[in-house]
Design a protein. Sequence first.
Length: 131
Amino acid sequence: MANLIQSEYTGLLQVHSNKEGLSSGKELYNNICATCHGSKADIKYKSIVPNLFDVNTIADYAWHYKKGTSNRYNMAEVMQEKIKTLSKQDFLDTELYIKSLCARLARSQDAKKEAAGKSSQNLALQRRKNE
C-alpha cells in the first residue's frame, strides 16, 4: 500500500499551527472515531481492528479507506460512510491528535510502572527491616 498522504501531500500540517491541528483533530476524532476506537484511541474494535495508536500512519490508513483501496478487517463500507466528507488535512489533524493521546497515554503508563516499581522496593525494604 503506497503511502499516499505522506508522499503526495507533505507539509499539509504546516497549514495550521499544531494547536489548530490538535483542536480540529480532537473535534473530528470525538465526533467520528471515538465511538468505535475509544476516547483514548486504545480500543481494539470488534477484537480484530487494532487500536489506533498501534497504526503508524493513521491519516494514510484512513485515506486508503476513503478511496476504496483498502478493505482491511472488512471495514471499508463502514469507514467510507463515516469519513466520506473528510479532507487530507482532516486526516492529518486527526492523526496529530491521536498521536498526542498516545504520547500522554505512554507517559501515564510509564509513571504507573515507575510507581509500582517504587512500591515493590518499599515493600522489600520493609520486609528486610522486619526480619
